[in-house]
Design a protein around this ligand. Structure first.
Ligand code: DQA
Length: 145
């Protein structure tokens, strides 16, 4: 059975309440529920995690090396700053898809730069909570022949 980690970075625990005009009204729990149902329908095991801490996100990626086939990851603001997360992704050997609710290329210029995208399989940005579903679909496609 394919096993995927759905990993959320800083401030995403506040989804639903946080700047809903940018990030939408759907809560993180609801996104996790929708993605879990989507995964289950495809016979995929999905585990979910969120942390506001860079180190905890690195720990989650390192732990995923022993059980997961891939990761759908919204790194939040660490996307734009974290060499440590980039190294963690590159060093893990895991297939990772970077996702963003908002279109990071249509906002402040500092959001257009991702330190992580070059070591990810790809990036999906701008489709609200559906970015996660598109990201999972893209990741599962990576495992097909
Ligand atoms: C985000 C985009 C980031 O720039 C921002 O810091 C976030 C959320 C998104 O999902 O659109 O926290 O990753």
């Amino acid at each position: 059975m394919t096993k995927i980690l759905l990993l959320h970075g800083p401030n995403l625990n506040l989804l639903g309440a946080r700047e809903p005009e940018i990030y939408g009204a759907v809560t993180l729990d609801e996104i996790n529920r929708r993605l879990t149902a989507f995964a289950e329908a495809r016979g995929v095991e999905l585990r979910t995690a969120q942390s506001n801490s860079e180190g905890a996100l690195i720990d989650a990626l390192q732990q995923a090396m022993v059980w997961a086939d891939g990761v759908v990851f919204n790194p939040g603001a660490y996307t734009h700053t974290s060499v440590a997360l980039r190294d963690a992704i590159a060093g893990s050997g895991l297939r990772v898809v970077e996702v963003h609710l908002s279109n990071v290329h249509a906002r402040e210029s500092f959001r257009a730069k991702s330190l992580l995208a070059p070591v990810c399989a790809g990036q999906i940005s701008g489709f609200g909570w559906r970015s996660y579903r598109l990201g999972l679909e893209a990741l599962l496609g990576e495992f097909e022949e």
